[in-house]
Design a protein around this ligand. Structure first.
Ligand SMILES: Cc1cc2nc3c(=O)[nH]c(=O)nc-3n(C[C@H](O)[C@H](O)[C@H](O)COP(=O)(O)OP(=O)(O)OC[C@H]3O[C@@H](n4cnc5c(N)ncnc54)[C@H](O)[C@@H]3O)c2cc1C
Ligand SMILES: O=C(O)CCC(=O)C(=O)O
Length: 338
């Protein structure tokens, strides 16, 4: 039987998750990933990989909750399996602290992480400049390991991979039956979507193996995330800033703010610096449209624009993209266009 040719564009966490979901579920499809960059050179690779989220304004809360829950459940299963170390997925406990008591004391994902609770007066004494805190256990998913692990899983499901820049969706539609666009910030050009913009993020990697628990300031600009090989210190969120070079001043600011929260960092050695551009968008775009190529209607499923939460929402949005691909395969073809 002729197989349906599916093209997934992008090999960051969103593209690989989506490609794995399709290749493992829809056996009638032959799936190819084409991407300009692969691990360890994608934005996903440099991210701390903490499962955490802020709310998108126009996506129904139930949908965002499902995206979060499906991703954390998928990663918890990996963390509790023999694959945990290969995949770079593990539990991580810590706290989020606030200088002012937030209006919303219970984020939408609080029931999906483990042991979410407000911090006690005694626990808060450690942070004299902060008035309120939450403590919980979540997942840390380190993409430098997770992406190659997903890539292997994709190949085992029969998937094919090519390194190439796609210059036009219309051209791709001539060669494939379904296209899934997971090109992140690349969608600004590829899908001509000017709503997508860069949100520059700089981090430091430090050697501080004595730190075991994360600390995040609720303003999102200061965080300390211990990981498998180093501790990630962040960060910056600079909208519309395309600079990929490390900025010394940003680095000094990160170190100063993090050391105020965790004074032992003043003795930590900096072993790396990194800048990534988050695929910013008011809301992620997970929806379908159609291209027309040589008299054929080719479904184009978009899955991009996750901003600072691409790892957190990766599996949930991949499952939605899978559903959109599946619906395209089983719906009646439209009347031939004259
Ligand atoms: C400093 C920092 C820290 C972060 N920390 C976290 C965190 O702790 N938790 C979290 O959930 N998120 C975090 N993020 C956000 C996260 O990194 C992104 O949301 C995520 O990486 C987006 O994944 P993606 O697959 O959409 O994009 P990317 O990883 O950028 O992948 C895009 C892919 O598309 C390909 N592509 C683009 N255009 C084309 C084209 N024309 N042709 C072919 N291929 C193309 C690229 O080559 C690449 O393979 C962080 C980001 C930064 C910058
Ligand atoms: O904001 C955080 O706490 C995690 C890091 C992140 O998601 C980011 O910098 O985009």
């Amino acid at each position: 039987m002729k197989r349906v040719k599916v093209l997934v564009i992008g090999a960051g966490v969103v593209g690989l998750s989506t490609a794995v979901c399709i290749a493992e579920t829809l056996v009638c499809c032959s799936v190819t990933i084409i991407a300009e960059k692969f691990s360890p050179d994608t934005t996903s690779d440099g991210a701390a990989g903490i499962l955490f989220a802020s709310e998108f304004p126009d996506v129904p809360l139930g949908r965002q909750q499902r995206w979060f829950k499906e991703t954390i459940d998928h990663l918890l299963a990996i963390a509790h399996s023999p694959h945990a170390s290969d995949a770079g997925v593990f539990l991580c406990s810590g706290c989020q602290i606030f200088k002012e008591v937030p209006c919303d004391k219970k984020p939408f994902w609080s029931d999906f992480v483990l042991g979410f609770r407000n911090m006690t007066h005694q626990e808060m004494k450690r942070f004299p400049d902060h008035k309120f805190g939450q403590t919980f256990t979540t997942i840390k998913c380190e993409c430098v390991r997770y992406l190659p692990w997903l890539e292997k899983r994709f190949r085992e499901a029969g998937g094919q991979i090519r390194c190439e820049k796609i210059t036009g969706l219309q051209k791709a539609a001539q060669m494939y039956d379904v296209i899934v666009n997971c090109s992140g910030l690349g969608s600004r050009l590829l899908a001509k979507d000017e709503e997508v913009y860069p949100i520059r993020g700089q981090i430091l990697k430090v050697d501080a193996p004595w730190l075991k628990n994360f600390i995040r300031d609720g303003d999102g600009k200061t965080y300390i995330y211990p990981g498998m090989g180093y501790v990630t210190l962040g960060g910056t969120r600079q909208a519309d800033d395309w600079r990929l070079e490390v900025d010394e001043e940003d680095g000094d600011g990160i170190m100063e703010r993090c050391s105020q929260l965790e004074p032992s960092l003043r003795k930590a050695q900096v072993i790396g610096r990194w800048v990534g551009l988050r695929p910013g968008r008011t809301n992620p775009r997970v929806e379908r449209e159609y291209l027309y190529a040589e008299g054929r209607r080719v479904p184009l499923v978009h899955n991009y624009g996750h901003g600072g939460w691409g790892i957190t929402l990766s599996w949930g949005t991949a499952l939605d993209a899978l559903d959109l691909v599946r619906q395209s395969l089983f719906e009646k073809p439209p009347q031939a266009r004259l």
